[in-house]
Design a protein around this ligand. Sequence first.
Ligand code: DGL
Length: 268
Amino acid sequence: MTQKDFSIGIFDSGVGGTSIWKEINQLLPKENTLYLSDSKHAPYGIKSKDEIISLAIKNTEYLLNRNCKIIVVACNTATTNAIAYLRAHYSVPFIGIEPAIKPAALQTKTNKIGILATKGTLNSALFEKTSQELGREIQIKEQIGSGLVALIENGKLDSEEMTRLLQSYLLPMVSDNIDCLVLGCTHYPYLIPQIQKILGKKIHIIDSGQAVAKQTKKVLSEADLLKTTQTKNKSSHQFFINSNKRTLTALLADYEKEKSLIIVETDF
Ligand code: DGL
């Protein structure tokens, strides 16, 4: 086994980062992956920067102890609060995810974009810096998605409570004439059908999943770490979760049929 055969390590505060895992798996099907769902500590978005950094360290070490060649921080909150620390303290390459406000700023015609993200992401210095770079002509309507991550973790994606929360967060943005909505949390792509219903067809939903997969491929290729061969038994995909695996299993149901996924409840 060479370093190329090592896994792509991916972590999130919970099940949402599987939206990123799906993009990575689609672009890099030969790669082995190891996904960490820190659901026991979700949501990260209401925690302090120091708490988020120490959880990111715990997750990173767990993945490094299991031979990961690169780590994808599949969580906007952990990226915006902790990736600078991780990059400064570990030699493995890290890929992060940040709200796609720059692509939205290039697309908008009304010069008004909305962003739905966690408190931890919207309050981070990194997000502040990126939004200031957009210039004054673009107005950003920020909305904290309080409660959404917890409902998704509990599998209540289609609940009345979810609809009520989404309407209360999004309808004011529609009235404000946004034409792009940035999803600044990796859990939210699972809500796209409900969100699009509330926004109508004219408002574009933008998320960063594909960009993260492309960046992962680019960094692996530059480091000559892309897996080029495929073993007979296909690639291996392990998922570790430190709470009940029901929601995680449901979100991966389509993949379980065609790929050999191992989903394990364990403490970390
Ligand atoms: N998926 C995480 C993100 O992208 C959710 C954060 C949370 O647990 O609050 O921000």
